[in-house]
Design a protein around this ligand. Structure first.
Ligand code: NAD
Length: 284
């Protein structure tokens, strides 16, 4: 069996072109506020990438690069101001925050209607209770990629490796909503290979290079590799041993070029969604 490569870069480009066309019809550019605290080099790269992608589709970005010694109270007041600012459609706070700041409390301060990362408990609660809200970007990216090769998920067995609020839990919920039977594996799961081998759809978000090998994969399974790691040579790699699963997996996302570009695209899509909903409300 030849394993199909699910090209996240190509899909992201297609969706961004559609978003650009949609934004061109708007009466003003949607605006995303990006809050970056401190000088984490990886965060700076991620933020630059988000800003470039936003500009490509016509979304305006206000970057607020704040001092690493900012207090929790000051940061919360700052976010409250952004919540009140009618020209701002979406707000993200780049994680991780410096260790003296409580990321949970900070994310909880964002107005749920502007929470385009979908990470506050109101939006996660909506996802888990089946009500419309803003859904986290990486889980949305995983679903778009799965649908490229498997449009109907009804009755399929899905295994998600990882149970973080950022990826594992919400992607499990989205698969459940799509009528899959789901198993959520994690660091205490026993006989991981046996569990993973039941999967028609295998989503891996553990943060361990090459955790998943050929022995974990059911023939024909669709694999979504969320992991971003560096291997011994310093090269970016996923959680799945990409070469080892060739010929067994039905389809797989590469790292890089799979979930990453789609995650940023889903952020842009959430900003456009907020803009559209705001304007529907205004007209009502
Ligand atoms: P996390 O550390 O919060 O969670 C990791 C999860 O994996 C935990 O629930 C843990 O129980 C599970 N796990 C760890 N070791 C395991 C093992 N040996 N067997 C089974 N389960 C195990 O990480 P996260 O924020 O969910 O991110 C996971 C990975 O995805 C990281 O590599 C991260 O960099 C990457 N990531 C990529 C994107 C993207 O856009 N591509 C976005 C977010 C996260």
């Amino acid at each position: 069996m030849k394993t199909k490569i699910i090209d996240g870069k190509k899909l992201a480009a297609t969706i961004r072109a559609q978003l650009k066309e949609q934004v061109e019809q708007f009466s003003r550019a949607p605006k995303l506020a990006v809050v970056l605290v401190g000088d984490n080099p990886a965060s700076q790269i991620y933020v630059r990438h988000k800003m470039k992608s936003a500009a490509e589709v016509g979304i305006e970005v206000d970057l607020f690069h704040l001092s690493p010694v900012l207090t929790q109270d000051s940061l919360i007041s700052f976010i409250r101001e952004l919540n009140q600012n009618k020209t701002v459609d979406g707000i993200i706070v780049q994680l991780p925050l410096p260790s003296h700041l409580d990321a949970f409390k900070v994310l909880e301060t964002i107005d749920p209607e502007k929470d385009v990362d979908g990470l506050c408990s109101s939006n996660l609660g909506k996802l888990f209770t089946g009500r419309p809200g803003l859904v986290p970007c990486t889980p949305l990216a995983c679903m778009e990629l799965i649908h490229q090769v498997c449009p109907n998920l009804e009755g399929l067995q899905a295994v998600v490796v990882g149970r973080s609020c950022l990826v594992g839990k919400p992607v499990g919920q989205l698969l459940l909503e799509s009528q899959c039977t789901i198993t959520q594996a994690h660091s205490h799961t026993q006989r991981l290979a046996e569990v993973c081998k039941t999967a028609d759809i295998l989503v891996v978000a553990a943060g361990h290079p090459h955790l998943i090998g050929r022995e974990h994969v059911k023939p024909g399974a669709v694999i979504i590799d969320v992991g971003i790691n560096r291997n011994a040579d310093g090269k970016i790699c996923g959680d799945v041993d990409f070469d080892a699963v060739q010929g067994v997996a039905g389809a797989i996302t590469p790292v890089p070029g799979g979930v990453g570009p789609m995650t940023v695209t889903m952020l842009l899509s959430n900003v456009v969604k907020v803009y559209v909903q705001k304007n529907i409300k205004k007209k009502a």
